[in-house]
Design a protein around this ligand. Structure first.
Ligand code: CDP
Length: 783
């Protein structure tokens, strides 16, 4: 580890923060172009209705309104519908029916943002309300109203997906000594990133060139999709440039293509002027892709002593009006199969059915690797249910069952090969840190006095780094990622990647990988992402894939440079290349450390004195196709006290032990865990979006959607173990999402643990004071 160059393992301060904390970030809404128009959207007040008439005359009469776009205007352009990532199609604007409240109905383009808003308000739409379905279980009943007559299948059933051994699992359940079962609902929530979604689309009619600045986590994929969907309008891929500037949080919510993006591009092509669309907060929560919304029935079969045998899970996934989930194409339920978690189930069977309802579309991977949070929550809840049923301590039950370190690489019952893990070490560290034995003693004493205290554990395993291209693609584009490094003559470097940071600190950490591999100080390395004209092709940042995939590409590209540098160094040292080695961040003649050359000297020679016959320059590119995913893990312990008067849950302590293999930047990793824990606290105790039976959204703005602030957030105590990934070039696994994945179960388990002696086995999140108080009253223990 070289302290002075800021290589791997150093808490180098985030380079990008210099501009962020000075308010000098460069976000989409900062973009202002001459002659720019502004777009605003009229939205449906109904969850399901026929459109009888749209009258745009009043909007068009407003001075400054340049154009109004309706669904019928998009039909001749073949843009009224667009494909979704899951092979469904989604309305850009409706021609005859609206499918959910706040759906886009018409767009107005005007010379000023507020004129566009006035124009949207002046659009008059006549609706005829239709029956509304908000409950996916009702949607799947045979006599249910068919919500999507545009499809061949005349039902609200989207798809059935299953994996595992059904017969073997059923057999294991028949023979089981003990079984437990829970009905678990993981409610619809929203990522609520600080920056909402937006775009500036600028079409140059003369050059036929479209430049788009856009809040997207996957700029290259977006460029390809634009070319495929709008190629017939003359938008060819080499004439499209997508730029993701600074992004104020994505968390999966900036992966999908929203109608507003398409409308802004269409409006710019139509008017020949740049068009900006930036949604407001309510639009963001009410109409953009949601997360979760899984109705899960889960069962575990075990021996009397608690040894787990089999897992059986049946789920209904509510996808809203269109299946616009952001998953790899082959995985309609994402990587839900990680649901066997940290335990060696011999048999498992999982099935998921997708359903349409009158709600906004989506099913995005909210800070998790495609449905991993839902999976981790389920298995970790079930382990506690089992522990309580057989009267075993939840920590002991886990320690007894964990996949042992010697079993790695481990083949899970649902077909995944876990790369490395030491689950017992992580849990024992968390138990030591929190003083688990003392807490259990305290809990017993408190119970005698009628006080309610609970301890919750979550020992989750994740699956991140999509992905090996043999299994993973998005709309046919294989999931790999890329890095290009150019070392300049003076020994400074530019690093370009196919992923795109949304606040995770890539400009720092990817520089640290290069610093470590090439001996160039991190301060001398510029990292650039998000511009399709300059970055190598990549699939973008979501599902904690940047470090596992692009991080690996970075190390390999750097090693290609190092190898070429060795030949140049040999030439400079007048030695045979075989006698030159890379040691202590220098090229050295083996056994003669005084005879050495730095990377900076080699870089200069690459342009001024390279061996004859060798290509000049010092650069490399790598497209990395990982041999496997990485499997980060952690053990979290949460301690809660429950107020018997109000039902309020107070988090007294929360200890988080994470293991993401080799750590590139400890400070950034800790920051990722802190943020992730808060995003795990949010659905556990506060956030949810619900709908009344007419499909009216409840919780569609920050007055009603209870986002935790610093006031609600406890003191996070973090620790780490390091179990490197054996197949990753630097041994790193992803970390961005671990805490969001692991935290909800720890909190829910703590609350249930506090009430378990009263016969409580499960409470659906968010565990609000109101829900807890109702239980306390029912059990006769409310104050
Ligand atoms: O894909 P995304 O950037 O969201 O997630 P990630 O790959 O888990 O990385 C999140 C941040 O943590 C990045 O700045 C990583 O480089 C950093 N990180 C790290 O320093 N060490 C690790 N083992 C994993 C991530």
């Amino acid at each position: 580890m070289a302290v002075d160059i800021g290589g791997i393992g150093h808490s180098v301060k985030r380079k990008e923060d210099a501009r962020f904390i000075r308010g000098r970030g460069n976000y989409v809404d900062d973009k202002k172009l001459p002659g720019m128009l502004y777009l605003d959207i009229a939205r449906s007040p109904y969850a399901h209705a026929k459109i009888l008439k749209i009258d745009t005359s009043k909007a068009l009469a407003i001075p400054g309104v340049a154009a109004v776009i309706t669904g019928n205007d998009l039909v001749p352009l073949k843009l009224a519908w667009m494909p979704t990532l899951m092979g469904d199609q989604q309305m850009v604007l409706p021609t005859d029916t609206v499918m959910y409240q706040s759906q886009e109905v018409a767009a107005v383009v005007a010379t000023e943002r507020y004129i566009a808003a006035d124009g949207a308000a002046a659009i008059e739409v006549e609706y005829e309300p239709l029956p509304v379905i908000v409950d996916p279980k009702k949607a799947l009943q045979p006599d249910a109203f068919v919500l999507r007559p545009d499809r061949k299948e005349k039902s609200n059933h989207i798809w059935h997906w299953e994996t595992g051994d059904r017969a073997g699992t059923d057999e294991a359940f028949r023979k089981a000594e003990v079984t437990v079962k829970e009905e678990i609902y993981i409610p619809r929530i929203h990522v609520s990133s600080i920056e909402t979604c937006g775009i500036v689309a600028s079409f140059d009619k003369v050059e036929g060139q479209l430049t788009v600045w856009m809040t997207t986590q996957a700029p290259h994929a977006i460029r390809t999709v634009i070319a495929l969907v709008a190629g017939h309008l003359g938008l060819a891929e080499h004439k499209i440039r997508v730029i993701s500037p600074d992004i104020g949080g994505g968390f999966g919510g900036k992966v999908p293509v929203y109608p507003g993006y398409v409308l802004a591009i269409g409006a710019s092509v139509l008017t020949g002027r740049p068009v900006k669309w930036v949604e407001d907060r309510s639009e963001n929560i009410q109409a953009d892709s949601f997360a979760r919304d899984y109705h899960i029935t889960a069962e575990v079969a075990a021996k009397k002593d608690g040894t787990v045998e089999a897992l059986r899970v049946k789920t209904i996934a509510d996808h809203g009006a269109f299946d616009a989930a952001a998953n790899p194409s082959k995985f309609p339920a994402g990587l839900f199969h990680i649901i066997t978690g940290s335990y060696p189930f011999k048999k498992a069977f999982v099935e998921v059915d997708g359903a349409y309802t009158n709600k906004p579309p989506g099913g995005i991977a909210y800070r998790c690797s495609f449905r991993v949070t839902e999976a981790a929550f389920t298995i970790e809840r079930l382990m506690d249910t089992l522990a309580h049923k057989i009267g075993k301590d939840p920590a002991d039950l886990r320690l007894q069952n964990f996949i042992p370190p010697a079993a790695f690489p481990y083949q899970s019952a649902l077909g995944w090969e876990y790369d490395s893990g030491d689950y017992g070490r992580a849990l024992r560290l968390a138990m030591d840190k929190v003083d688990y034995a003392a807490l259990r003693k305290e809990q017993l004493e408190k119970r005698k006095k009628g006080e309610l205290m609970g301890i919750g554990i979550s020992s989750f395993t994740e699956i991140v780094g999509a992905g090996p291209s043999k299994h993973f693609d998005i709309l046919g584009i294989k999931m790999f990622d890329s890095c290009e490094i150019r070392v300049h003559p003076t020994g400074k470097a530019i690093v370009r990647l196919g992923v795109k940071s949304q606040g995770q600190g890539h400009e720092t950490t990817f520089g640290q990988i290069v610093a470590e591999e090439l001996g160039i100080p991190v301060a001398d390395i510029m990292v650039e992402e998000g511009d399709t004209d300059t970055a190598p092709y990549g699939l973008g940042t979501y599902a904690s894939r940047s470090t596992p995939v692009a991080g690996a590409a970075t190390a390999i590209a750097a090693r290609k440079i190092r190898e070429k540098g060795r030949l140049i160094a040999a030439h400079l040292l007048e030695a045979s290349p075989d006698d030159v080695e890379w040691k202590d961040y220098k090229y050295q003649v083996k056994g003669v450390p005084a005879k050495s050359k730095t990377m900076q000297e080699v870089a200069f020679a690459a342009y001024t004195n390279h061996p004859q016959g060798m290509e000049a320059g010092l650069e490399a590119v790598d497209y990395y196709d990982p041999p496997n995913l990485t499997y980060p893990f952690g053990s979290y312990i949460c301690v809660v006290d429950i107020d018997r008067g109000t039902g309020e849950v107070k988090i007294r302590r929360f200890v988080a032990v994470d293991d993401c293999g080799t750590v590139i930047n400890p400070m950034i990793v800790e920051g990722q865990v802190h943020g992730g824990l808060t995003m795990g606290l949010a659905p556990a105790l506060y956030e949810q979006i619900t709908y009344d039976e007419d499909g009216n959204i409840q919780g569609g703005n920050f007055m009603d959607y209870l986002l935790p602030t610093a006031m609600e957030t406890p003191n996070w105590e973090t620790e780490r173990t390091v179990t490197p990934s054996p197949h990753h070039p630097i041994g790193a696994k992803g970390i961005g999402e671990s805490a969001t994945v692991g935290a909800p179960a720890a909190i829910a388990n703590a609350v249930v643990d506090a009430l378990a002696h009263l016969g409580v086995t499960h409470i659906d999140i968010p565990i609000t004071p109101w829900k807890v108080q109702a239980i306390l009253k029912a059990k006769g223990v409310a104050e």
